[in-house]
Design a protein around this ligand. Structure first.
Ligand code: PEP
Length: 253
């Protein structure tokens, strides 16, 4: 049976801002939620700032908004220059880690196998992995989006994934940061495909959250968030302004 749970509205701040602006955004979220506590009843929230802003954001985040990182290292510790381990993320009290974002896949050659290995490390430390999947524009034009996403799910989501330790984010690559959003029909079709796939793949696949990401804005949030099998949003650009991020949550009815 599918359990109903709050929608998760997660912000991916990417490589934006300064220490001061990141902390200020966390403060602004707190002020907004204090004025509108009903949003906390309707939604769970998370924000994923750049690594070097995590601690400052943690110190300002209001209750009800979890902290996430945008990636983690493939190894536990040691001579891996530039990498950030899951232990370090636990140390700054992260709850979530985004894995396999299309920008990591595109610019850093991250593979599904690496995503699965990183997710397994997250599970060891009770971090929830937000595993991103999604097809490119060419793949959609060729009509092979389900094949692509199905393969990503099979390879990037470990067999130990549960509804508690994993969230799937469907992010069509062509909709990220472009202002193009998948139509509600396309989102419905893909999310129900992902749901079926997860149910076959995992014992708890029926209860795992599936977020939609790709140019989610206040004006399209209500339609997207009321689409079947959409359990929340992964928000990029619009998560950099507290009022827009909270307006997206307002779209959850
Ligand atoms: C993202 O990068 O995860 C994302 C969804 O970005 P945007 O909302 O800007 O399309």
């Amino acid at each position: 049976m599918t359990k109903t749970r709050k929608k998760l509205i997660a912000g991916n701040w990417k490589m934006n801002g300064t220490l001061a602006s990141a902390a200020g955004l966390a403060v602004a979220l707190g002020e907004g939620l204090e004025k509108e506590p009903a949003l906390l009843e309707a939604c769970d929230f998370a924000v994923c700032p750049p690594f070097v802003h995590l601690l400052a954001v943690r110190q300002q985040l209001p209750v009800g908004v979890a902290l996430g990182a945008q990636d983690c290292a493939l190894n536990r510790e040691g001579a891996y220059t530039g990498d950030i381990s899951v232990n370090m993320l636990v140390d700054v009290e992260c709850d979530y880690v985004i894995l396999g974002h299309s920008e990591r896949r595109q610019y850093h050659g991250e593979t599904d196998g690496q995503v699965a290995a990183k997710a397994a490390l997250c599970y060891e430390k009770n971090l929830t992995a937000i595993i991103c999947v999604g097809e490119t524009e060419v793949q959609r034009a060729e009509g092979c989006q389900e094949e692509v996403v199905g393969e990503q799910l099979a390879r990037a989501v470990p067999p130990t994934a549960t509804a508690g330790n994993t969230v799937i984010a469907y992010e069509p690559v062509w909709a990220i940061g472009t202002g193009k959003t998948a139509s509600p029909e396309d989102v419905k079709a893909m999310h129900s495909f992902i749901r079926r796939h997860l149910k076959e793949q995992l014992a708890e696949g029926g209860n795992m959250r599936i977020l939609y990401g790709g140019s989610v804005k206040p004006d399209n949030a209500e339609v997207l968030m009321s689409t079947e099998n959409v359990d929340g949003a992964l928000v990029g650009g619009a998560s950099l302004k507290a009022d827009q991020f909270l307006a997206i949550a307002r779209g959850v009815k």
